[in-house]
Design a protein around this ligand. Structure first.
Ligand code: ADP
Length: 258
């Protein structure tokens, strides 16, 4: 039997409709994109066909996190997603030269997102992750309309300032009828590799409280981890780059729940 045939046989069949998760946060900088990238790579490593749609059109960071900057090929009216680390990717970052600000306004953004959803040849996907911009702005609202069958994955740090704004996104999703798959607490207490001491730089309790407020499970707590940050900067998500790192172990565990 040819290798290609054996590989196809080994891969699980793509489901007719992929599971879609909209990864959201109340504010920027809480690690939403980092969590998205790592969950995607962990899911792909488990044999699933995974796509990431970077809907953070102004603050896109998916190209950097995956270490790719390539313009998607257009073929017969559709775009082929860019492949990296076993994941299919589409991002506005692929269409602008590095450092060029994205200055699109609402209607154009809505159109771009619509195109990303309809004109991208994703192939058969098992899971699609949408990396939303932070907050409850236009794009979040557009996506709730465009992808009604998505489930929300809310990312927060343990800090109250991040949790209270994430609650608003959760409420917005609920009002739009979107189910909430769960909460990921990121930047939780770091563990000293030398002495094992826990340091809660951003405090504690944000994930638990958000989960209670939006009535969804807390899927995991990803520690503040220098390895995760360094891996992201290298364009190789930590679950791939340093799978034994504490953050990688937890992110891989969270992916199995999706
Ligand atoms: P967001 O998408 O919420 O704006 P990012 O994913 O871009 O946030 O993360 C913001 C910064 O924090 C990045 O520099 C990233 O490397 C870093 N970071 C995210 N999560 C962690 C973590 N658990 N430990 C250490 N650094 C992290």
């Amino acid at each position: 039997v040819e290798l290609g045939e054996r590989l196809r046989a080994a891969a699980p069949p793509a489901t007719a409709t992929p599971r879609i998760y909209a990864v959201a946060s109340g504010k920027g900088g809480v690690g939403k994109s980092t969590v998205t990238a790592n969950l995607a790579v962990a899911l792909a490593a488990s044999g699933q066909r995974v796509g990431v749609l970077d809907a953070d059109v102004w603050g896109y960071s998916i190209p950097q996190l995956f270490g790719v900057h390539r313009t998607p090929v257009a073929l017969g009216g559709v775009m082929l997603p860019v492949q990296a680390h076993g994941v299919a990717l589409i991002s506005t970052g692929f269409f602008v030269a590095d450092g060029t600000p994205v200055v699109w306004r609402g209607p154009m953004l809505h159109k771009a997102l619509q195109q990303f959803l309809t004109d991208v040849a994703w192939g058969g996907l098992d899971v699609l992750l949408l990396d939303l911009p932070p907050g409850t702005g236009d794009i979040t609202m557009s996506l709730l309309e465009l992808v009604p069958d998505a489930a929300l994955l809310a990312v927060t740090t343990p800090q109250a300032a991040a949790r209270t704004v994430a609650t608003r996104v959760g409420r917005m999703a609920r009002e739009a009828g979107m189910p909430i798959a769960g909460v990921v607490e990121n930047m939780s207490a770091s563990v000293c590799a030398g002495c094992g001491e826990h340091t809660a730089v951003f405090g504690s309790g944000g994930g638990d409280q958000l989960a209670a407020e939006v009535d969804a499970p807390l899927l995991g707590q990803v520690p503040l981890d220098i390895e995760l940050r360094a891996a992201g900067d290298r364009g190789r998500p930590v679950v791939l780059d340093s799978p034994a790192a504490a953050s990688a172990v937890e992110l891989t565990r969270i992916a199995t729940a999706l």
